[in-house]
Write a protein that binds this ligand. Structure first.
Ligand code: PAF
Length: 295
């Protein structure tokens, strides 16, 4: 983005840690609190819902845009991940965003990402997404921890679509005694039900309609389990549905909302989570739900 465009957008953009800290310290000295929305850019309605929630807090709002190489596996889409900085800034201009922090990779990993100190959240990082994307949550926890140390926010906002990520961040904040309130915002969906995600951009037009099947399958599991069906049976049926719609399924599971452990009799606050590939696009989604009667 050119300097003229930056001036038009009216949102100050800090590319270095020193510059961000200078601004933030000024606000802190004036007794102002900070609401933080970390993103990897390519902003959609899901991100904008986080920005609205941060704005509603009445605090200063800071958004970071940083495609974090540490959370991409060797064969993943780091090089092709959509980078749309100019459009992102234009979208943010509709909100009260006091600062965009958009560092380079070198600024965040000056010694290289392989040489960086990392943050590992045990157990939660190793199941489900962690099993299919080894190292992913260490990449996320490391960069979020570093961003928290730079921004020093009072509150930070994360989407429920990445539910496991949300739990990893909450656990990290608890374990490291970081004085930051973590807020979650409900998944934002396309009208036909597909959860908004930057990776939806990879879906070929011909596959887009079929992609909604993942949400229909999750809805089927919720309804069936709430009506008393054994969750293994409901999940098995959902997997079959996904496979016949052309998905390659990594998992469909029912877990406890609090820690993603396997539910036992009497557990009531549950969540169904799924991850499946359609063509070259890997989609994840979930629906939290409650059980009324005992199962
Ligand atoms: O959810 C994301 O966009 C990323 O995982 C996050 C939290 C910005 C860390 O890079």
């Amino acid at each position: 983005m050119s300097l003229a465009d930056q001036a038009d957008s009216q949102i100050p953009i800090a590319e270095t840690i020193a510059r961000a800290r200078e601004t933030i310290q000024r606000w802190k000295k004036a007794g102002e609190a900070i609401a933080f929305v970390p993103t990897m850019g390519n902003l959609h309605e899901g991100h904008l819902a986080l920005v609205r929630a941060a704005n509603a807090s009445g605090m200063r709002t800071i958004v970071s845009i940083f495609v974090n190489p540490l959370q991409f596996g060797k064969n993943e889409d780091l090089d092709t991940y959509p980078r749309t900085f100019d459009e992102d800034i234009l979208k943010l201009a509709d909100y009260k965003v006091d600062l965009v922090f958009a560092p380079t990779v070198r600024e965040i990993y000056p010694e290289g990402k392989e040489a960086s100190t990392t943050v590992y959240v045990p157990v939660l990082s190793d199941m489900l997404e962690g099993e299919h994307r080894p190292g992913f949550f260490t990449g996320v926890a490391t960069v979020v921890c570093k961003l928290f140390n730079i921004i020093e926010p009072d509150a930070a906002y994360f989407g429920e679509k990445d539910y496991q990520q949300l739990l990893v961040i909450r656990r990290m904040v608890q374990d490291l005694a970081l004085p930051i309130a973590i807020h979650s915002v409900a998944t934002v969906r396309e009208p036909e039900g597909l959860a908004m995600s930057s990776r939806n951009a990879y879906l070929k037009e011909s596959l887009r309609a079929r992609a909604t099947e993942i949400y229909s399958c999750l809805q089927y599991v919720v309804k069936s389990v709430q009506e008393g069906m054994d969750s293994h049976y409901a999940v098995g049926h959902a997997c079959q549905q996904l496979e016949s719609a052309g998905f390659d399924t990594d998992y469909v599971v029912v877990r406890n909302q609090s820690d993603l452990s396997v539910p036992t009799k009497g557990d009531k606050s549950l969540i169904v989570l799924a991850a499946a590939r359609l063509g070259n696009t890997r989609l994840i989604d979930n629906i939290p739900f409650e059980l009324m009667q005992s199962h």
